[in-house]
Design a protein around this ligand. Structure first.
Ligand code: TXA
Ligand code: MG
Length: 340
């Protein structure tokens, strides 16, 4: 029996309204994926271009074949290994799947999120919607191009007046968006790095995945995927954000302070300044990738709210474990500064 709050959320979804929901990665802005009008509301609320495809969230891997066709064994294996979890599979869509969800493409993004509240919602929604396929289309619940929300409070700040309901499931435990693996052409390709690594995928499928457009992981191809998370101006604070090498960080802070700049810092090293009050804030993040990722967006939001002239980010280490974080920081820097 679903709880009253879940029942209420199902009623909103069936009415074609928007419900913000927690996942283990980031909060999503959900709507009935089989209802094109409901899906259109997502794009309006986010201010997102309509040709950007959305991820459909499912209750379990068994529903995969209702949404996708020609599913390769490797995709089934990944679903079995990592769902519920921070992995999105891009597969050939079933003909009935609305183009509104797929941004006009013949592929669809699918994932089973690992959050008990949202899994309960997906189950209850599937029961209420039967017969037929039930899925919740949900991009990250931020305005287009901005930092993804990892708490219900972030969602209310971003989109509070645009949703019928925000399901509060606490702070997200992974903190950055799912790894996206495109399996629509038979072999796995990573479109967006995340907590599930290329090694994890190779281990399960026996194939080292290609990585579109980025160096450093697996093989590389150069075609640009149609993925909004692949745009450079993404995940971005309004304050200008710059990455600085660890060894040069204190010196760069001092140089900016001397010319009258108000500086905020996101570092994984302890503050080495003689006087910490020279900066607006020095945020020391945990120097371990999973914990760093969990706090990353909340840290960026908090530093952005300080009204500093610039946020300096200590460059994170190279290597696979930090790859997804490096990717988000690079994009955050590229898109930052719109508030200048
Ligand atoms: O962790 C996540 O994936 C979160 C939570 C809410 O599940 N969702 C998320 O959604 O990050 P969004 O829309 O912010 O990013 C999903 C990315 C987009 O960049 C979108 O373009 C891409 O997935 N995507 C979805 N369907 C696709 C498709 N058929 N082909 C290529 N890319 C696709
Ligand atoms: Mg997003």
């Amino acid at each position: 029996m679903a709880s009253p709050i879940i029942k209420k959320a199902v009623v909103h979804l069936l009415a074609g309204e928007l419900v913000a929901l927690p996942t283990e990665t980031v909060y999503g802005l959900g709507a009935d994926a089989a209802n094109p009008e409901a899906v259109a509301r997502i794009f309006t609320a986010k201010g997102r271009p309509a040709d950007h495809p959305l991820i459909v969230h499912l209750a379990d891997a068994a529903s995969l074949a209702q949404w996708a066709e020609g599913i390769p064994q490797g995709a089934w294996d990944l679903a079995a290994a990592f769902w519920p979890g921070p992995l999105t599979l891009i597969l050939k869509k079933q003909p009935w799947v609305p183009l509104a969800v797929t941004g006009g493409q013949d592929t669809v993004g699918l994932r089973v999120p690992a959050h008990p509240l949202t899994l309960e919602l997906l189950d209850a929604f599937a029961a209420a919607r039967a017969p037929g396929a039930a899925g919740i289309a949900a991009p990250s619940a931020n305005r287009f191009g901005r930092v993804s929300p990892t708490t219900a409070a972030h969602v209310r700040e971003e989109l509070g007046n645009k949703v019928s309901m925000v399901l509060d499931g606490g702070a997200c435990t992974v903190g950055i968006e799912s790894t996206i693996v495109d399996f629509s052409r038979g072999m796995p390709e990573i479109l967006r790095p995340g907590a599930i690594s290329p090694d994890d995928i190779a281990h399960t499928t026996g194939v080292l995945p290609c990585v579109r457009g980025r160096a450093g992981m697996g093989h590389e191809t150069h075609e640009m995927p149609r993925v909004s998370g692949s745009l450079d101006a993404h995940y971005a604070p309004l304050t200008p954000l710059r990455q600085v090498e660890s060894g040069a960080l204190s010196e760069e802070v001092m140089r900016l302070v001397r010319v009258g700049r108000r500086v905020a810092v996101l570092a994984h090293s302890a503050c080495a300044l003689r006087d910490a009050s020279l900066v607006c804030h020095w945020q020391t993040a945990v120097p371990e990738p999973a914990a760093y990722a969990r706090e990353l967006y909340a840290n960026l939001r908090a530093l952005d709210a300080l009204g500093a002239d610039v946020i300096l980010v200590e460059e994170v280490p190279g290597g696979l474990a930090w790859q997804a974080i490096g990717d988000r920081l690079r994009r955050a820097c590229a898109g930052s500064g719109a508030g200048e």
